[in-house]
Write a protein that binds this ligand. Structure first.
Ligand code: AMP
Length: 122
C-alpha cells in the first residue's frame, strides 16, 4: 500500500466534481467524469476520474466496488470513440510520489492525437 492513505477533499479534482471550479467535460456517467486536462501534454489530453473518492489507482484497485471499476474501464474505449482516436492513444495513471502523482484523486490520463514518444523520458 502506498503512502497516501486519507483522501483529501481539497484536491482540485474534488473541487471540479463539486463544480467549485470549471472544467471542460468530455463524458459523464453516474460513476465517471472525464474532462480536458488544463495543461495538455498532447493534442488530445483528457483526464478520467471516478466520482467516488479514491486517492490513487492503488486505492481504487483495492477498495472500489465492481460497478465503479467496470464503468471506469469501459469509459476508456467510449471516450476514445468520442474523441475519434482511431490511430491509437495512451492511458497513464501516476501513483504516489515516485509515480509523479500531483492530484491525489485517482485519475487516468488519456493522450492522443499524434504519435507519442517513449513512455518514460530518458
Ligand atoms: P498527475 O500529475 O498525474 O496527478 O496529473 C494531474 C493533472 O491534472 C495534470 O496533467 C494537470 O495539468 C491536471 N490539472 C490540474 N488542475 C486542473 C484543472 N483545473 N483542470 C484540468 N486539469 C487539471
Amino acid at each position: 500500500m502506498i503512502d497516501i492513505k486519507n483522501y483529501n477533499k481539497d484536491n482540485v479534482f474534488g473541487k471540479i466534481l463539486r463544480k467549485e471550479i470549471p472544467s471542460d467535460v468530455v463524458y459523464e456517467t453516474e460513476e465517471i467524469y472525464a474532462f480536458k486536462d488544463i495543461n495538455p501534454q498532447a493534442p488530445i489530453h483528457v483526464v478520467i476520474i471516478p466520482k467516488k473518492e479514491f486517492c490513487s489507482f492503488d486505492d481504487f484497485s483495492r477498495s472500489s466496488g465492481e460497478k465503479t471499476i467496470l464503468e471506469m474501464i469501459r469509459s476508456i474505449s467510449i471516450i476514445a470513440d468520442i474523441l475519434e482516436l482511431k490511430k491509437g492513444y495512451r492511458i497513464i495513471s501516476n501513483i504516489g510520489d515516485f509515480g509523479g502523482q500531483e492530484v491525489p484523486h485517482f485519475h487516468i490520463h488519456m493522450l492522443g492525437g499524434k504519435r507519442l514518444g517513449k513512455i518514460v523520458a530518458p
